[in-house]
Design a protein around this ligand. Sequence first.
Ligand code: BGC
Length: 762
Amino acid sequence: MIRFFWNFIWISIALTFLNSCSNPQGESKSRSIIETRVDSVLSLMTLEEKVGQLNQYSLGSEFTGPGNKKGQDSIRYQQLISGQVGSVLNLLGTANTRKMQELVVKNSRLGIPLLFAYDVIHGYKTMFPIPLAESSSWNLELMQKTAQAAGAEAAASGLHWTFAPMIDVTVDARWGRVMEGAGEDPYLQSEIAKARIRGFQGNDLSHNKTIAATAKHFAGYGFAESGKDYNTVNINQYILHNHILPPFKAAVEANVASFMNAFNDINAVPATANKYLLQDILREEWGYDGVVVSDWNSIGELVNHRVSPDLRDAAKKAIIAGSEIDMEGNAYVQNLSDLVENGEIDEALINDAVRHVLRLKFELGLFEDPYKYSDEKREKEIVGNQQHHELSEQMAKESIVLLKNDRNILPLKNFKTIAVIGPLAKDKDTPLGNWRAQAVENSAVSLYEGLEKALPSDTKLNYAEGVKLSIGPNNFFQEQVINEEDRSGFQEAKLLAQNSDLVIMALGETAYMSGEGRSRANIGLPGLQKELLKEIEAINPNIVLVLMNGRPLELTWENEHIPVILEAWHLGQRAGTAIAETLIGKNNPSGKLTMSFPRHVGQLPIYYNHKTTGRPSTAPGQVFYSHHTDVDNSPLYPFGYGLSYSEFEYSEVELSQKSMTEEDSITVSLSVTNISEIDGQEIVQLYIQDLVAEETPPVKSLKAFQKLKIKAGESVKINFTIQKDMLSYYKSNGEVALEKGKFKVYVGANSTVQNHKEFSLK
Ligand code: BGC
């Protein structure tokens, strides 16, 4: 009876919708139609059913099997069929999602479809480079495309919603999750956030190739004390407003469908129960009206944070603060109804949250067709297809960062015998990276395979593993045991090095040495790799060091002794092809770092846009200035840094005028010339320094960039426009400040650029 009623309502609303599409107010009309539908569904729901929409479980395919978990997990099963589960994570594939959807739609009283969510972080089946690697490309269009392809694969597998992008600004390479984001700069992180959201969501969530995205983790997770995962975050309001929040604000502007809160407490308030973040900023200041999901049991963890004595109180604090869906915490399903009935919380809070969930379901088109994403034919065509592998290769090539290339050893030429040494050289799994969704284990092209294909047939390629990187299990859940003792492969590797013209060493971190729960106190090459590298270097210093890792590493010794260093991250499906083609010069590297590489772990956190301090420097030999006595203040490789086989020359910066007002702008122009004989790409970066401000300003901040293709010998003239929003900052009270005075604009190849002109805002 109820379903007959739905059908009638939907058909008449659909007709109204079709009419609305032909007029210019179509979008707002369809929005208001959705609001009407949301309200009509809400009005039919019992309190328990409403709470059910806020309950999310992680369920495997066994729940869709013949027994439907009846015997084994009868509580969850009962909840599913009585409409007390609103969304499910980690259930995949058209067959499984269809069965689960059927179970709920056919059995529950109102038949409200489920949302299927999953962590599609850098690919679903086809693995793209890890997000930190992709960010090094600074290629927004390409990042949008990889997100789009990942979203299309996920949508074709029955999924509706990804928990990505992670847009936490990260300044501490000890934190394992730096691999999931776009590094240390808030502006670049914001631009990349928008590109990825556009990629996942497209213009129309109801399209069967798009999925809902999530801006996570709100907020401050990237500033975990000492880079230790889940750790407390203590930051001042200036950092919050200027470094942490801008990417989230950008995500709101890009219409991101959902927000996820964070595990950490921030200035003594857990993010999950943080009214200031979730209400004052997200809802009131930014006007966000999407849904907020908790992180995994982060509501339950309020008890561990010791702000709640029990789960009931945790549920109360979280819903009042604005955490709307309880992911795997059992806090809401067990307590919210009771809290309402007892008069401890207002049902209006629940209604608002449910409205957000229902609206997302409508936007995805699930009420019209709950099975629209479960189409086996589409799944076969789209998931892991050839075009996506090609796109992954293209992205991998742009993500590589050339850190050092002495004597122009690269691109490789005239080497007859090459030794390929290292635990990652033939590794087909590491390049897939952590958070790899449904990637097939060991399915990446290894570096060795790539080289075999790319090098001329008269080059002799020899291989030795040299050393094992880890021992025992290598997976998402378990701690990796690093090999600290077994040197049995050293001898063979050394012999090989001795008899070769060149050594390519593939070292770094396995896929599961970075990512969630993988913080490291020591960020040098793990295990015995450095020892092996030193011994090889003593025999044959002609080394190309290819690094595969998920975070900035400490490479001070390597930088001093090894002539060539290529940062190849975890590059995804065709990593080996991308690296090999870069080594031989078929691909000219163009990536630039989005996180500073420190000289020493003791410098962390390190980021280019730091404050000047009251003692920036002093006369040589004096000690009373801000520094470590044993390490230089600068990073080893700065933000924005990366080499190319081409060489670029920058002209002086020219300004259209020496001052501007709030109403006008200044055009910055200069030319960049490729003075080499190789076509290349250059990422031109514009930074602004506010000379004097009411609150201590950073030394400089990235405000714009352009990635340009410049042919050998060609010169390109470029312009940037300085507008008032590039000169403003957030004061600690959150207000935007635009202060008159002097500024410097820098344009160049990385964050240490000196090429600048001064101007003023009048
Ligand atoms: C992570 C989230 C992720 C969630 C669901 C948590 O441990 O912090 O980023 O989306 O698990 O898998």
